[in-house]
Ligand binder design. Structure first.
Ligand code: OGA
Ligand code: MN
Length: 238
């Protein structure tokens, strides 16, 4: 299969211009005094203001048990024979990702098409075009994803990811203020939808087992497969 959207293409830092634009568009959306209760799968560093917490909760949403066991198995049954033929890449230490293999998929069987349509209907408004290819990232249990922002050249404002096979910790860190850091417990079979502030103003990463500690408890990640839907980049943003 011709893969045109690889992790390395996606790895980039967002330009400052972009951040300013985003802030201008969104600054008035949330009122600081109305922080909703923080779901237990978020762990915010204590430097967060209510405004910034609210901003994250509005732009990084998690649905636990988005998949049932049969659906997870159905995705794995279709993916795994292909993934197993690829070799994990343990790249040079300064690369953006360590211990992974990846592919993109256009055609899915009927059941998995239904699952992915469900993801797209949750993640993307009806006027937004999802990319036709779905990105599949298979992380070895000793692998991790370093902090990055998905390239705005290749991917629009929304990133929707299903986590298969294991729980893991995703960390978001504010690009301009590294003290603003939030850890998110991503459960196996959950769906996250990252947009707006979380997508543009924060880097995201998947922690290595060594660093995978959530609210004081170690979370050992096993092999992890993520199935990621993105949308077309907004041509005006480039
Ligand atoms: C990516 C990425 C996160 C995940 O592929 O750019 O950040 O959930 N993946 O695997
Ligand atoms: Mn990413």
């Amino acid at each position: 299969m011709n893969s045109f959207l690889t992790f390395k293409k996606l790895y980039s830092s967002v330009s400052n211009k972009h951040i300013c634009l985003w802030n201008k568009l969104n600054i008035s959306n949330f009122s600081p005094e109305t922080v909703t209760s923080i779901p237990p799968y978020f762990s915010f560093s204590n430097t967060f203001s209510n405004f910034d917490i609210e901003n994250i909760l509005n732009t990084m949403t998690i649905q636990n048990d988005f998949l049932n066991e049969d659906e997870e198995k159905s995705l794995m049954d279709e993916l795994d024979p292909y993934m197993k033929k690829l070799r994990y890449e343990f790249d040079h230490w300064d690369d953006a990702i360590h211990g992974y293999r990846e592919t993109e998929r256009l055609k899915w069987n009927e059941e998995n098409t239904k699952i992915l349509n469900r993801v797209k209907s949750v993640a993307f408004p009806s006027n937004v075009a999802p990319l036709k290819f779905v990105h599949i990232l298979d992380l070895d249990k000793n692998g991790w994803i370093k902090p990055h922002v998905d390239a705005t050249r290749f991917c629009g404002d929304t990133i929707a990811g299903l986590s298969l096979l294991t729980d893991s910790i995703m960390r978001l860190v504010n690009e301009k203020n590294k003290g603003l850091s939030v850890d998110i417990y991503l459960k196996r079979k959950s769906l996250y939808v990252m947009k707006g502030t979380a997508r543009y103003d924060y880097t995201h990463e998947i922690l290595s087992n060594e660093n995978s500690i959530f609210k004081g408890k170690q979370v050992l990640k096993d092999r992890r497969i993520s199935v990621i839907c993105r949308n077309e980049p907004n041509r005006n943003e480039k």
